[in-house]
Design a protein around this ligand. Sequence first.
Ligand SMILES: [Zn+2]
Length: 261
Amino acid sequence: MLIIFFLFGLIIGSFLNVVVYRIRTAETIMGRSHCRQCKKTIRWYDNIPVLSFVLLKFKCRDCGEKISWQYPLVELLTGVVFALLANQYFILENPVTWLITGVMIALASALLVIFIYDILYMEIPNLVLWPAIILALIFNLYLDFGQIFSTVWERMSVSGVMASGGAFLFFFSLSYFSKEKWMGMGDAYLVILLGLILGWPKILLGLFLAFAIGAIYGIILIGMKKKDMKSQLPFAPFLIVGTFFALFYYAPIVGWYLGLF
Ligand SMILES: [Zn+2]
């Protein structure tokens, strides 16, 4: 079953690459893909996720222009994320889990687009962020509808709003008081979405991991003399990686951490 979600992820990943590019150039999402260099339409058999890049040796068949590693990497990453989501939420015999998995796939796709977009253009696309926030809000209300929780805090709508409100205030302050030097305002809006997806207290782990991974990455770059202390790094990719880890591995990570004492 997971392999089906992985393959589905490869195909959607290939689509997400196109979405990123077309949001930037304000083209429509529809229509066949074409080479950015020679503008020739890509043949269907050259458009198979991952496989085509290897067979074409990362070059356009028509003009020989190099195709970026971004494409197969995003496809693989999307495949892995979809398989992990299915592993966590999907039960074949239970129709409700189909819906839950579907919404989580849509939200994860939005996160992946924001992830690539911020790396490429140092900007968070509002066109993707705000619809995803609305979807996450509706989804949280749906999850609570008809379910009985022992306390109000376990309700996803309460826990999600708490998580995103707290995270937003924290990032908004960082951005506001540093005049966007430490943190961009876009990141403050992004954590609203991450809070709604993770809820409380998982958001704390997501943010902690984002800062930890970001710091390690920054130290490596400075060590390799690729950046100095003043260089700007896009932070959304770290926030999104942290969110995926908190979503999939919250229990093992917290368990491991508590086991240290
Ligand atoms: Zn070409």
